[in-house]
Design a protein around this ligand. Structure first.
Ligand code: HEC
Length: 467
C-alpha cells in the first residue's frame, strides 16, 4: 500500500514540475517574441529560482531518504547510486567546462589578427565543424551595442564544483574512516579530518587570491609563487590524509581555485564590462587584466586536475613512497604539455617544452617501478597453494561470491578470489595493491595482513608466479 501512495505522490510531483517548467519556458519565448524585455527577464529570474528550488528540494529528499535507510541493508545501495549519479553529473559538467575552456583558449591563440581585420576587431577566425562553416569575430573592447542574446559560460564551472564537492562528501566524508583517514599517516578523528578538508580549501583560495592581487606585475615571480603554493598543498595533504584522499584533495584544491576564479573574479568583471558597454562607457581595463591572470592559471591547472581525478585508478602513483613528489612531478609534466599546446596554437614552435615534459613523466614511471625483492629473503619457491591460503585469510571476507564482511555484501569491483585459478589470473592486480601501494586489505588493513605475507606474494610474482 505504502509503495502505491509513494508512487502516486511521485507522479503528481513530477507532473507539476513538468507543467511549470513547460509553462515558464513557453511564456519566456512569447515575451521575447513580443520584444517585452522586462517581462521576459523577470520570468527568467523566476525560472532560475524554480530550478534552484528543485535542486535544494532534491538534496533535502536525498537527506531524508538517507535518514530512513541509515543502518539498513539499503544504505550502501543508496550511496552506490548517489556516487554514480553525482559522478556522472560531475564528469558531464567538467567536460563541458574544460571543453569550453580549451575551445576559447584555442580561439584566442589561433585568431587571425592581421589580414583584413576591421579596426574595432582584435581578430577573426574561420572554422568548419559538423558539416558547417563558422566565422567568428573578437572585439578589441566591446561592440557598440551589446546584443540581446549574449551567451555566458559560467554554469559549467559552478556545477562542476558543486557536484565535485558533493562527490567528495559522498566518498570521503561519509566513509571517512575507510577513505579519508589513515592512522599510519595521521591519527585524527572524523570531525578533525573533515574540518581540515574544508578549511584547507578556503585558506588555499584566500592565499591564491592574494598572490593574484599582489604579485601580478611580474609574470615570472607570479608563476613561481603559485607553483610554490600548490607544491605546499600537495605536500600538506600527504601529511594529513590517506594517499588517495591526499591526491583527490589536491585536485579539489586546484578545482576550487579554478571555479572560485570564475565565480568571484571573471564573471563579476564581465558583468561590469557589459554594464559599462550598455551605458556607452569604456570598460575598466583592470577587470580585463584580473580576468586574464585568473584564466592564465586556470589554463595550466586543467591537465593536472584531470590527472588527479583519474589517479584513483593508478595505485602506483598515489601508493608510492614519495607520493607527493610524484604528484608534483606529474603536475609539472602535464602543465608543461598544456604550455606546449598553448604555444603551438599560437603558431610558434618550441623544441624543448614537450620533450622535457614527457621526460619528466617518463621519469615518474621509472621511479615508481617496483623493485626486485632480495632473493635471499625469498624462501626457495613459493607455491600457488601458499598464496591461496594467504588470500583466503586476508581477502575473501570481501572479495568473494559470498562475502562475509559486514559492509561489503557484494565483491568490491567484482573482484573475487574464491579459487586458485581466480587468484592466479588476477595476480597482477594483487601485486599492485598488496606489494606496491599496500592499500589492500581495504579499510587500513582490516584483516591484518603481515609484511611477511606481502613479501611472499612479491617473491611468488618474481619467481614467475608458479602454479
Ligand atoms: C574489507 C573489505 C576488503 C578486503 C578485506 C580486501 N579488499 Fe580489495 N577492495 C575492497 C574495496 C571496497 C575495493 C574497491 C575500492 C578500491 O579500489 O580501493 C577493493 C578493490 C580491490 C582491488 C581493485 C580492483 C579493481 O578493479 O581495480 C584489488 C586488486 C583488490 N581490492 C585486492 C585485494 C586483495 C589482494 C586483498 C587481500 C590482501 C583485498 N583486496 C582485501 C575491499 C576489500
Amino acid at each position: 500500500m505504502i509503495e502505491i501512495i509513494v508512487l502516486v505522490a511521485w507522479l503528481i510531483i513530477l507532473t507539476i514540475i513538468v507543467v511549470v517548467t513547460y509553462k515558464l519556458h513557453h511564456l519566456i519565448k512569447v515575451y521575447k517574441a513580443e520584444n517585452n524585455e522586462e517581462k521576459a527577464e523577470s520570468l527568467q529570474t523566476s525560472q532560475n529560482w524554480f530550478y534552484a528550488f528543485l535542486v535544494i528540494a532534491s538534496l533535502c529528499g536525498v537527506g531524508i531518504l538517507y535518514l530512513f535507510l541509515k543502518d539498513t541493508i539499503w544504505e550502501s545501495h543508496l550511496f552506490e547510486w548517489l556516487n554514480l549519479t553525482v559522478r556522472l553529473l560531475h564528469i558531464t559538467f567538467g567536460i563541458a567546462w574544460i571543453g569550453a575552456s580549451f575551445y576559447f583558449v584555442f580561439l584566442e591563440n589561433a585568431l587571425n589578427r592581421t589580414e583584413g581585420v576591421r579596426d574595432e576587431l582584435a581578430g577573426n577566425l574561420w572554422a568548419v565543424h559538423g558539416g558547417g562553416f563558422y566565422y567568428l569575430e573578437k572585439y578589441k573592447v566591446a561592440p557598440k551595442q551589446i546584443p540581446k542574446d549574449l551567451h555566458w559560460f559560467k554554469y559549467e564551472a559552478y556545477f562542476t564544483w558543486l557536484t565535485g564537492f558533493c562527490l567528495l562528501a559522498i566518498v570521503y566524508y561519509f566513509n571517512a574512516k575507510s577513505y579519508l583517514i589513515d592512522p599510519e599517516v595521521l591519527d585524527i578523528s572524523i570531525a578533525t579530518a573533515i574540518s581540515i578538508s574544508l578549511i584547507s580549501l578556503v585558506i588555499g583560495w584566500i592565499i591564491y587570491d592574494q598572490i593574484c592581487k599582489r604579485l601580478n606585475k611580474n609574470k615570472v615571480v607570479f608563476t613561481i609563487a603559485i607553483t610554490i603554493l600548490i607544491f605546499i598543498f600537495a605536500w600538506f595533504y600527504a601529511q594529513v590524509f590517506s594517499d588517495r584522499a591526499a591526491y583527490i584533495h589536491f585536485g579539489a584544491f586546484l578545482g576550487t581555485l579554478m571555479a572560485a576564479n570564475v565565480f568571484f573574479v571573471i564573471i563579476p568583471g564581465q558583468k561590469r564590462m557589459v554594464n559599462a558597454a550598455k551605458k556607452g562607457l569604456m570598460p575598466n581595463p583592470e577587470d580585463g587584466k584580473a580576468a586574464f591572470i585568473r584564466s592564465y592559471t586556470n589554463n595550466y591547472f586543467t591537465l593536472p586536475v584531470l590527472f588527479v581525478m583519474i589517479s584513483n585508478h593508478f595505485p602506483s602513483t598515489f601508493g608510492s613512497s614519495y607520493q607527493w613528489i610524484v604528484l608534483i612531478a606529474i603536475t609539472l609534466g602535464t602543465a608543461g604539455i598544456k604550455h606546449y599546446l598553448n604555444i603551438r596554437e599560437k603558431g610558434q614552435l618550441s623544441v624543448w617544452v614537450m620533450p622535457i615534459s614527457v621526460l619528466l613523466l617518463l621519469s615518474v614511471a621509472f621511479v615508481t617501478a617496483p623493485t626486485k625483492p632480495n632473493y635471499e629473503d625469498c624462501k626457495e619457491t613459493v607455491s600457488l597453494a601458499e598464496i591461496s591460503t594467504i588470500i583466503n585469510n586476508r581477502c575473501t571476507s570481501c572479495h568473494s561470491s559470498n562475502p562475509t564482511d559486514t559492509v561489503w555484501k557484494v565483491a568490491p569491483n567484482g573482484v573475487k578470489y574464491d579459487t586458485a585459478e581466480q587468484i592466479f589470473n588476477l595476480r597482477d592486480k594483487i601485486f599492485q595493491r598488496v606489494v606496491m601501494s599496500k592499500n589492500m586489505p581495504f579499510n587500513n588493513n582490516q584483516t591484518g595482513m603481515t609484511q611477511e605475507e606481502r613479501d611472499m606474494i612479491n617473491c611468488w610474482i618474481n619467481q614467475g608466479a608458479p602454479k
